[in-house]
Write a protein that binds this ligand. Sequence first.
Ligand code: G1P
Ligand code: ZN
Length: 543
Amino acid sequence: MSNKTISTQPFDGQRPGTSGLRKKVKVFQSPHYLANFVQAVFDSIGDFSGQTLVVGGDGRFYNREAIQIIIKMAAANGFSKVLVGQGGILSTPAASCIIRKYSAYGGLILSASHNPAGPDEDFGIKYNIGSGGPAPEGVTEAIFQRTLDINQYLIAECEDINLDEQGCFELAGIQVEVIDAVSDYAELMQSLFDFDAIRNLLADDFRMVFDAMHAVTGPYGTAIIEGMLNAPAGTVINGEPKEDFGGGHPDPNLTYAHELVDILYGDNAPEFGAASDGDGDRNMILGNHFFVTPSDSLAVMAANATLVPGYKDGISGIARSMPTSAAADRVAEALGLDCYETPTGWKFFGNLMDAGRVTLCGEESFGTGSDHVREKDGLWAVLFWLNILAVRKAPVASILADHWKKFGRNYYSRHDYEGVDSAAAEQVLQNVRDQFDTLPGTTMAGRIIASCDDFSYTDPIDGSVSKNQGLRILFVDGSRIIFRLSGTGTSGATIRLYLESYEADSDKHGLDAQDALADMITAANSVSQLRQLSGRDKPTVIT
Ligand code: G1P
Ligand code: ZN
């Protein structure tokens, strides 16, 4: 067996963002494309000779082929060991857990998150550093620069490894260990949550459904919820990961997780429902005929954290992305904790967690997590909720009603306008920006505007500044209207409109969010001309 040097050419590598490099499968299948990117990563991450690399993915189409290429390249480039999940499977949070647990140098995670999978759909790859978190901007930028002048890559000439058999194998002079994809992660969950209490809850007449959406959390959910927590067989639905995710769009929200929503809003609905996305980092929490917004979910977790063994001594602080509602801020204030407001994207939480400033983090986009790993974690959030329910023995809806009574309710909704013409989308934002000077002091939707800005963030740990993170109209009473463009959309532009209004009076907590926000929605449209410019009379997705 020998190493082969293959001459190649610089390529249009697209700047990998926090979610790494995402392209159609066909692009990744074109000659040398994946190998070029992997070599660009290996050329940009420092000296890893003698170290371990973790590799795994969400099981989507092309996962196995990509892993074979990566293992052979890791061998030729000087890693001494590769840890790979059995069947090529590792959820994103499990990969983060394994990188940390085995002090790996880093990991390559293969996923395009919640985006559809299959021969004509999406594939993706990202590099995570030794902390278990996504590579910071300095590293992703170095990778991108390298894609522009790369001229060769190294790959071992050898047979494929059998990804289905656990064990340690020698390949091209290095060790390749095929590990159980679930057990390290399951062990971490068991160390954080009261599995006995959850088992007792599930042994009562409490019923739940977990929808793995034919994606990576199937084996994790089945092993933990049905296996370790003894929930009846069938509690996990769509639990078989499929290469095309069953033709679905595994994004756990009210639109795409409709099968679960129908169950929780149907006759004889169970007490609890939850779903996770393609690669296992997002979560949606439902009660019987009840939807918990991700913003409220973070706030409830923070307020109840000491009921959970892993957080029984209290949390050090909370961080939320700017568009996430301020519900968590109210909990932080009551508990005397710091609350950080960061730009959209999980990477902004890493420094805060590494420095011990925050324990819990969340984004309105169905992302919640803690410092147990350095990625958001879907199943972790589900277990956190089950632990709270096991201790409080109350329905999800009444836990929220109690929470709002104590802290007030932040009515919240996000309206997405997908596939909008890019120039029109820019104009929508420009219309808002143009009024920044005149709006403060005036009244909109019956509320006085305090200020307007384009959100900017200075990282308190490394001092780095991130500008232009979203346009905010901030009201005196704490209400907010926010406009930003998505950084992850694939066709045209996606405009995200975030609406939030605060209600202290518990007699007014029972409204539907869209009704409670109706005036704000109208005002947001007239200030931006959003509907006229986008040519849409309603959003594509409402969450
Ligand atoms: C979206 C979400 C954001 C999340 C990101 C990656 O980004 O809004 O919270 O971190 O996906 O999962 P956006 O498309 O809004 O830029
Ligand atoms: Zn994801």
